[in-house]
Design a protein around this ligand. Sequence first.
Ligand SMILES: *Cc1c(COP(=O)(O)O)cnc(C)c1O
Length: 225
Amino acid sequence: MQANYLRNLDLVIRKIERARLSYSPHHIVSLIAVSKYVSIQEITALYECGQRAFGENKIQDFKSKAQALESLPLQWHMIGSLQENKINALIDLNPVLLHSLDSLKLALALQKRLETKNTKMHALLQLNTSFESSKSGVFPQDAHVLYQEIQAQCPNIIMEGIMTIGAHSNDYKKIEQSFVLAKDVFDSLSGVGARTLSMGMSDDFEIAIACGANMVRIGSRLFQI
Ligand SMILES: *Cc1c(COP(=O)(O)O)cnc(C)c1O
């Protein structure tokens, strides 16, 4: 397992490196290892290869893995849809970043709980840039106003930027188009503090970086045997 993971991680890092250098030598990309398909043994193995940041998409799995791995200095990211009844559990897990804030209603519910618990959370606004009905997220045309509404109404949520999932397609152009839409929204929010653009997964992270992603979320490619 370890040898495969070392090879996977090395290959992914080299590809990230190549993509970010051709974007700009000053561009830095962080790698989130999406551990939703694997157990604590696999997470530990990748940690021992040098990976620190991990992403989970379900509160229940996040909780059991984070608790089991409490002794390791891991950074946890919440990347999946958040139901309102799971907000308290998420706050207690204290993720470094919530990638999937996707409505004012959810933001207000989160704000209320954060205020009660007297704590803060860093978050990204999730965009639906592929216009696929199966995907969550706000449409790009609504994002700018919503982002600032959340900032104005939710002082305990620290808005860090934008997240999107690329179009599910074999057509390079369609995937690229979804990332370009997210980059445009991201740029329009740079004046109000947006600095993280989370996009790119196992099959499309190089396209995402070419479009300006500075955080990629990679699962299957890192954990394949
Ligand atoms: C599963 C998942 C990923 C990683 O997907 P892979 O194709 O396994 O790299 C990234 N982001 C989100 C939101 C996911 O749900």
